[in-house]
Design a protein around this ligand. Structure first.
Ligand code: PNS
Length: 164
């Protein structure tokens, strides 16, 4: 079994992420989307919400599943019995950080390989950070974010208004 782990914060997942997942499917037997549990960052969506959202989007893909993880990525990859970490590259500006992570992960476990995939051009400028910013400023995100996620953003916005 060739299993790939596709890790990230996914706060929230967008079409650029989904494109990478789709590109992994013909290459690997299984893809594990791994959502980082990170107490330092203040995410918009809880880990449980992000896992739920991704799980909903992966319903039609029996070869893909979502899990959350904390601690070292390489430990999670070993536990998942995977040998590959997949990361998407949108532009050269992503490269330096990604290269550092890949080399650090290799140093931690040289049995685990990082594979970079070029994101689809039409998503090369899309990030979760910009998705959140544009959403909360009322911009149109159609085509950039899956519809169920747009709905969740709407629910989240309504919740923030209630909290105020
Ligand atoms: O989507 P992101 O936030 O760019 O994803 C970053 C992620 C989750 C891949 C990265 O922060 C990570 O792997 N964190 C786990 C901690 C770890 O293993 N650190 C050492 C290796 S760089």
């Amino acid at each position: 079994m060739r299993i790939a782990v596709y890790p990230g914060s996914f706060d929230p997942i967008h079409n650029g992420h989904l494109d990478i997942i789709q590109r992994c499917r013909p290459i690997f037997d299984a893809v594990v989307v791994a959502v980082l549990r990170n107490d330092e960052k203040r995410p918009l969506f809880s880990v449980r919400e992000r896992v739920e959202m991704i799980d909903e989007l992966l319903q039609d893909y029996p070869d893909c599943r979502v899990e959350s993880f904390s601690g070292l990525l390489v430990d999670f990859v070993r536990e998942a019995e995977a040998g590959v970490v997949v990361r998407g590259l949108r532009a050269v500006s992503d490269f330096e950080y990604e290269f550092q992570m890949a080399l650090m992960n290799r140093r931690l476990d040289d049995q685990i390989e990082t594979v970079f995939m070029a994101a689809k051009e039409e998503f090369s400028y899309v990030s979760s950070r910009l998705v959140k910013e544009v959403f909360f400023l009322g911009g149109n995100l159609e085509g950039l974010v899956p519809k169920p996620i747009l709905r969740r953003l709407g629910d989240r916005a309504a919740r923030s208004t209630d909290d105020d």
